[in-house]
Design a protein around this ligand. Structure first.
Ligand code: SF4
Ligand code: MSK
Length: 658
């Protein structure tokens, strides 16, 4: 269990209130519910009812004879398939909405980004010449659905990867067909008495996660951009202080933008604002948690309350009149927490309900009407607030979000000369040492937000450009790391480049499915010239310092399968098998040019990642990175590693919060 619960003082403050109010949170339950050490190490199999078989002590095979390696590999493959299923089902829903919108059956949705529609149409082999945007959109939606369910051949977006990467996938036999097929095949292969060779099982796990990253997730992102607009930088606020004592507070939580975009419109409807006033409120305050928050933050500038571990805590403020949830990362604990206050939990997805919650099922054919009904329900609940139970921690942080692939290209050359040349050049000349994607969840098994912020700060100090998504992005937002002021943390080479372009050294690229944006950025860097020919040639690294979900495992695995060596924090789900650990590190390095590490110590992970970045620079025969060329820079040099306390500053730090 983590020594400290969190490094966020706002979270600490509200945890005290939760304790005083007698509300159980995930932080408490993580203390009382210890992880099963056998399952934690990947050594529990319950794939048939001769078991469950726990491979521990003298028991080294299951009743069927399955070995430790087989069990650990099967468990990891199933977890990756679970994550891939969540993302690709999200992509499927977006495709259905696009078709309905283009056919006029979902009149509240419009095609906002026609340019992106036509670009995506080309990837999906949809004819665009002389056709209306609606005609193109229907075909894009249908092709996307067919691609997710594709049985033979390979998914369309494979061709968006560098040629060399495609060859690596072909040679390894892991080019994905459709993500549905790969996910189903994972379940089949891991059924009792089927695929029983660890490497063979994990080859298919690679194929499955690629179907997520370059398939389901990439389609979800593309279609979201077509419907709601491709993100561009937007200023916004974060943390508990954005909640309002005298307005109706509505929190959206989950992942899909289809409902939340409608909620944004409904919350600014003059009639509903008047209705809120008639109930004694000053207005309607819309906010978000997790990735639904990231979706409407990036496009609409809607403020964010917090990340995954703040969902129950938002309710403990006593001012949330409705928490509207759709899919993924929604703790059942929010319903129990809501019963201490007046908060209504409103479930909306046909795929997700919580016992005891209010249900208003969403249907995109009547999207705005349903969104208004939900907002009205929140307003009606406002008079039920109990004043004596209200407390809002006074913390507000400012941020800039919305760095899509398209905007990153635009900011490096403008409308007519957009490119990745400046970024590549600055990596080549050593101003920027390398780049890293730092993403993923919170996990109460480690100090909330501490590994996230440690990794990000350490990387930018060492002149590594960071791109972020998901709950890491929100952690960064709450620490002010997504603002130009953060330059004080950045090494001088990186700082100079960011100041010239006018961006922070930590770029918020979106939600969980938007990790696919990182893949397309990497593909462009690899093909721009000067940094090799493949993603695995680039001086880059991946991190998920506080991962917890199956989606995070799929994301981490598709980073690796795409050529990005990745460090997951917290602990390893295959720790019980040395052979499986070897397969996903040394074996995958040989097979796909990148390794999948699970390293609970964030300092060690950063050290290893910087050494990896330097090795990639050397292999490319680039200028050796020098931390003193542009001024005093890096905190890390091999054998000369400074402690976190020596460079930490800011409103709250690892050292200052106990
Ligand atoms: Fe045990 Fe084999 Fe059944 Fe797994 S599949 S529960 S190892 S008997
Ligand atoms: S919400 S998957 S806790 S990042 Fe996308 Fe956060 Fe992880 Fe969910």
């Amino acid at each position: 269990m983590a020594e400290k619960k969190t490094i966020d003082p706002a979270v600490l403050e509200i945890l005290d209130k939760a304790e005083a109010d007698g509300v159980s949170t995930a932080f408490d339950r993580a203390e009382t519910t210890k992880p099963c050490p056998i399952g934690h190490a990947g050594l529990c199999c319950k794939n048939c009812f001769m078991g469950p078989c726990r491979l521990t002590g003298k028991t080294t095979v299951g009743v069927c004879g399955a070995t430790i390696e087989t069990v650990a590999a099967r468990n990891l493959a199933r977890e990756i398939a679970g994550g891939a299923a969540a993302h690709s089902d999200h992509g499927r829903d977006m495709a259905h909405t696009l078709i309905a919108a283009a056919q006029g059956e979902a009149p509240d949705y419009k095609i906002k980004d026609e340019k992106k529609l036509r670009v995506v149409a080309r990837y999906l082999d949809v004819e665009t010449e002389g056709r209306t945007k609606e005609e193109v959109a229907v075909d894009v939606g249908k092709k996307a659905l067919a691609d997710i369910g594709r049985q033979e051949g390979e998914i369309y977006n494979v061709k968006r990867a560098p040629q060399k990467r495609q060859e690596i996938w072909h040679k390894a036999g892991i080019t994905p067909r459709g993500c549905d097929r790969e996910i189903v095949e994972t379940l089949h292969r891991t059924h009792v008495g089927n695929d029983q060779d660890a490497e063979h099982i994990l080859d298919h796990a690679l194929r499955t996660c690629l179907g997520d990253g370059w398939g389901g997730s990439m389609l979800a992102t593309d279609i979201s951009d077509i419907l709601f607009g491709t993100p561009a930088p937007v200023a916004a606020r974060s943390n508990f202080g954005i909640l309002s004592e005298d307005e109706v507070n509505v929190v959206v939580h989950g992942h899909e933008p289809t409902l939340s975009e409608m909620i944004v419109i409904a919350a600014s409807d003059p009639e509903l604002i008047e209705y809120a006033k008639s109930k004694g409120a000053k207005g309607i305050n819309l906010t978000g948690i997790c990735c639904t928050a990231n979706e409407i933050l990036m496009r609409q500038g809607i403020p964010v309350v917090g990340n995954f571990l703040s969902q129950e805590l938002a309710i403990v403020t006593g001012v949330i009149d409705a928490m509207i949830v759709d899919i993924q990362c929604i703790m059942q604990g929010i319903q129990a927490a809501s019963e201490f206050y007046h908060t209504k939990i409103i479930t909306t997805s046909p795929k997700a309900h919580i016992t005891g919650a209010t249900r208003i099922e969403f249907d995109e054919h009547h999207a705005l009407d349903i969104a208004k009904q939900i907002i009205r329900t929140a307003i009606d609940n406002f008079p039920n607030r109990k004043k004596e139970k209200v407390h809002i921690p006074d913390f507000v942080d400012h941020l800039v979000a919305g760095f899509s692939h398209e905007y990153i290209a635009y900011m490096q050359g403008g409308m007519y000369r957009e490119s990745f040349r400046p970024l590549n050049d600055n990596i080549m000349n050593g101003r920027i040492r390398g780049a890293a994607g730092v993403v993923g969840c919170n996990n109460p098994r480690v100090t909330h937000d501490d590994p996230h912020l440690y990794v990000v700060k350490e990387l930018i100090k060492n002149d590594v450009l960071v791109v972020t998504t998901g709950c890491n992005a929100i952690a960064c937002a709450k620490q002010g790391l997504l603002t130009p002021e953060v330059m004080e943390y950045a090494g001088p080479g990186l700082r100079e480049v960011c100041q010239t372009i006018g961006v922070p050294p930590v770029l918020h690229m979106g939600s969980c499915v938007d990790n696919s944006r990182i893949l397309t950025v990497l593909a462009q860097c690899a093909t721009e010239g000067g940094l090799g020919e493949d993603i695995s040639d680039l001086p880059v690294a991946g991190f998920a310092p506080e991962w917890m979900s199956e989606k995070a495992l799929s994301i981490g695995a598709y980073f690796v399968a795409s050529g990005v060596t990745t460090w997951m924090g917290v602990g390893s789900p295959v720790a019980g098998s040395e052979e499986v650990t070897k397969i996903i590190t040394e074996g995958w390095m040989e097979k796909v040019g990148a390794a999948y590490y699970f390293e609970p110590d964030p300092e060690k992970a950063v050290r290893e990642a910087l050494a990896h970045i330097d090795a990639k620079r050397k292999a490319l025969k680039l200028e050796e990175y020098s931390p003193t060329r542009y001024a005093k820079s890096a905190t890390y040099l091999p054998g000369d590693y400074l402690s976190a306390e020596e460079f930490e500053k800011g409103s709250y730090t690892r050292a200052a919060v106990s």
